[in-house]
Design a protein around this ligand. Structure first.
Ligand code: UDP
Ligand code: MN
Length: 237
């Protein structure tokens, strides 16, 4: 049977959260054999998020994993405590399948899921609408990854975005770790897996096609109305 894809989404409360997750849900509902792990940056699992998850009909896991207080700074690592919690859940509960990190604001072509499902160790592919170059991608020659094209190399071994790779869960080691270092989460995580560049499987037509985008939703301007938009949303059942 088809390998299960574990789609890991960190999320946090804000007025855009419900529409972002709703839109992502309608993409994921088209994918067979997908388990959605939503890791909530809150001290309790939020009602509006749970309502969306229930309505998808997908198998899901909803984890409460607030960021530690010390990371409530200006350039804090975004979505790390929650991705770590999801990773821990997978390591405890799953022995077979594919792990993919997808933010709540990304846009994904359904073809990507067909491609990542056969990942043997770690697969990689381009991510659109990111950084100053507009794309981050492995550089491929004769079906082999030779290097990376990314506008912020920052002496990283694997300068890729969180949405630019998928992992066979059998390849996840106990040593797998994602540190709280803004901008270096992907690289340090991949290095912690003892990944060799020769082992990377390039997808999306040898990285010639963009099947996932680092889209960003504009923040709603502060309303002059003094109400909590999330409260309104959660009462609207
Ligand atoms: N995120 C989170 N807590 C935060 C900020 C962000 O859980 O305090 C999540 C967010 O919902 C998203 C991911 O972490 O799924 C990356 O955040 P964002 O999209 O804001 O950052 P960018 O993609 O621009 O790096
Ligand atoms: Mn994002």
């Amino acid at each position: 049977s088809l390998k299960m894809i574990y789609y890991v989404t960190p999320t946090y409360p804000r007025p855009e959260q419900v529409p972002e997750l709703m839109r992502l849900a309608y993409t994921l509902m088209h994918v067979p054999r997908l388990h959605w792990i939503v890791a909530d940056d809150e001290s309790v699992c939020s009602e509006p998020v749970l309502n969306i998850l229930r309505r998808t009909g997908l198998p899901f896991t909803h984890i409460s994993s607030p960021k530690p207080f010390i990371y409530k700074t200006s350039n804090f690592p975004r979505g790390v405590a929650n991705r770590r919690a999801a990773l821990e859940w997978i390591q405890k509960n799953v022995s077979d399948g594919i792990l993919y990190f997808g933010d709540d604001d990304n846009a994904v072509d359904l073809q990507l899921f067909d491609e990542i499902r056969s990942t043997k160790k770690v697969s990689m592919f381009p991510v659109g609408l990111i950084g100053n170059y507009g794309v981050s991608t492995p550089i491929v020659k004769d079906g082999k990854v030779l290097g990376f094209f990314d506008s912020w190399p920052a002496s990283r071994t694997f300068p890729v975005d969180m949405a630019g790779f998928a992992i066979n869960i059998g390849f996840l080691k106990d040593s797998a770790d994602m540190p709280f270092i803004a901008g270096h989460e992907e690289d340090k995580f991949l290095v912690s897996l003892d990944l060799d560049i020769e082992d990377i499987e390039p997808l999306a037509g040898n990285c010639t096609r963009i099947l996932v985008w680092h889209t960003k939703t504009a923040k709603h301007k502060k309303s002059t109305l003094k109400v909590n938009i999330n409260k309104l949303t959660s009462m609207d059942k």
